[in-house]
Design a protein around this ligand. Structure first.
Ligand SMILES: Nc1ncnc2c1ncn2[C@@H]1O[C@H](COP(=O)(O)OP(=O)(O)OP(=O)(O)O)[C@@H](O)[C@H]1O
Length: 360
C-alpha cells in the first residue's frame, strides 16, 4: 500500500499545494516551521480522519480561512482509493472514499493503516492514562472494526450514566432500576473491550520486547503490561461495590475508562526511573511494535511517518533505524528533517528509491 499523491487546500500553513510521492522513501526537508510536520499530519488525517498533533478540526484550517481540504490518492491492493477529507467551520467533517461520503467517520478507520513516530510520542510516557488508552485503542481499532463501535457505544452509555448520577444528586432522588439499565449496557460493552485489550496486550508485549532488543544495544529487559480494574473483580461486582461512592462523586468511578498501560524497564516503571535515552528507545520500540502488530493483524503494510527522527536521535539509533528500513518488511516511509544533506546521506545508505522535497 502506498500514497501516490496528496493535495492540500488551506491546511495549516499550506494554501494550495500538491505532492507526488515515491512508492518507497519520501523526505521533507527545510527550516523549522516550514510545514514538514504538517504534511505528515495531513497524511495521518487521511488515515484517521483527524490530525495527530491537533485533533481540533477548526485549528487545522489555515488562519483567516473558512475551510480545508486534504485529498490523497492511495494504491491499495493494486486498486486506487481516493480519500477526500474536508472541513468547513460550523459544519461536520466530511470524509469521502472514491467520491462517496462515509455515514460515520469511524467506518473509515483501518482502511489506510498508518504509524507515526514523532517527538510528541513522549506524551505516551509523561502524560496521563488517557493518552496510553488512546494509543492502545488506535492500534486495536486499525485492525478490528467492531472494537471502535463498542468503544463509542461504551462512552455514550458512560456519559448517560454520569448524567443520571448528577440528576439524582441535584434532585435528591434515586432509582436503582434506572441505573441498572445503564449498568447492563456498560457491562456488555465494557467486558468485550476488556477482553480485546487484554488479548491485544498479550500479543503485543513479546513483539515490543523483540523490537526493543533490536534497537537497544544495552540489552535491558522491558515489559508492557495492561492494567485494568476488571482483572481482579468482574465488572458487575465493581459497579455494585462503587455505587454509593459514584452517587457521592456524581460520576462512574470504575470501568475500562480507568485502564492504563504500564511500561517498565528491568521491572521499574520507565516514567519514574527511565533515563531520557531509555525512554526514547522504548517509545521507538513501541511504535515499531505497533507497525508489526497492525501488519500482522490486517495483512496490510502500514505507511510509516517518521517526524524529526534524525534530530531527536543519536547516530547509533539512527543507523539502527536505517538497518530496519533496509529490511523489506517496510513499505512506504515519510521522513522529515531540518538538514537536507544529513538526511540524504543516511537515506542513500539504504539503497532504496527515494524522493526529496525541499520546503521553504
Ligand atoms: N491553522 C494554521 N494556519 C496557518 N499556519 C499554521 C496553522 N497551524 C500551524 N501553522 C504553521 O505551521 C508551521 C509549523 O509547521 P510544522 O510543524 O509542519 O513545521 P516543521 O517544518 O515541521 O518545523 P520543525 O522543523 O520545527 O519541526 C508554523 O509556522 C505554524 O505557524
Amino acid at each position: 500500500m502506498y500514497l501516490k499523491k496528496i493535495s492540500l487546500v488551506n491546511y495549516k500553513n499550506f494554501e494550495a499545494e500538491a505532492f507526488e510521492f515515491n512508492t518507497k522513501i519520501n523526505c521533507f526537508v527545510g527550516y523549522n516551521g516550514v510545514g514538514k510536520t504538517n504534511v505528515l499530519d495531513a497524511i495521518y488525517h487521511l488515515a484517521f480522519t483527524k490530525g495527530y498533533f491537533n485533533s481540533i478540526a477548526s485549528q487545522n484550517i489555515q488562519h483567516e480561512k473558512e475551510f480545508f481540504v486534504v485529498e490523497g490518492l492511495f494504491n491499495l491492493d493494486e486498486r486506487e482509493e481516493l480519500i477526500n477529507c474536508s472541513f468547513k467551520k460550523g459544519q461536520k467533517k466530511v470524509v469521502k472514499r472514491n467520491g462517496k461520503d462515509y455515514e460515520k467517520l469511524s467506518e473509515h478507520i483501518g482502511l489506510i493503516p498508518v504509524v507515526i513516530i514523532s517527538p510528541n510520542d513522549t506524551n505516551l510516557i509523561s502524560e496521563g492514562s488517557d493518552v496510553r488508552r488512546k494509543f492502545m485503542d488506535s492500534v486495536i481499532a486499525q485492525s478490528d472494526k467492531n472494537y471502535l463501535q463498542d468503544l463509542i457505544s461504551y462512552n455514550k452509555v458512560l456519559s448517560q450514566r454520569n448524567a443520571l448520577l448528577k440528576y439524582f444528586a441535584s434532585n435528591h432522588t434515586f432509582d436503582a432500576l434506572n441505573i441498572d439499565v445503564y449498568n447492563k449496557q456498560l457491562i456488555d460493552f465494557g467486558d468485550r473491550i476488556y477482553k480485546k485489550r487484554k488479548s491485544f496486550a498479550e500479543d503485543f508485549a513479546p513483539i515490543l520486547e523483540r523490537r526493543h532488543k533490536h534497537i537497544s544495544s544495552e540489552g535491558e529487559n522491558v515489559s508492557f503490561k495492561y492494567k485494568s480494574q476488571l482483572e481482579k473483580t468482574d465488572f458487575e461486582e465493581l459497579l455494585k461495590k462503587s455505587l454509593e461512592k459514584d452517587r457521592v462523586l456524581q460520576y462512574t468511578s470504575v470501568g475500562i475508562q480507568r485502564d492504563d498501560l504500564l511500561y517498565s524497564i528491568e521491572e521499574y516503571p520507565i516514567k519514574k526511573f527511565g533515563s531520557q535515552g531509555q525512554q526514547k528507545t522504548y517509545l521507538i520500540a513501541l511504535k515499531l511494535a505497533e507497525f508489526d502488530f497492525i501488519q500482522m493483524q490486517s495483512k496490510k503494510t502500514p505507511i510509516l511517518l517518521l517526524d524529526d527522527i534524525f534530530d531527536k536521535l543519536d547516530e547509533n539509533r539512527v543507523s539502527k533505524i536505517v538497518d530496519l528500513v533496509n529490511d523489506d518488511n517496510f513499505g512506504q516511509i515519510f521522513i522529515t528533517d531540518t538538514h537536507a544533506e544529513r538526511t540524504e546521506n543516511v537515506i542513500k545508505k539504504t539503497n532504496q528509491p527515494y524522493k526529496m522535497f525541499e520546503l521553504n
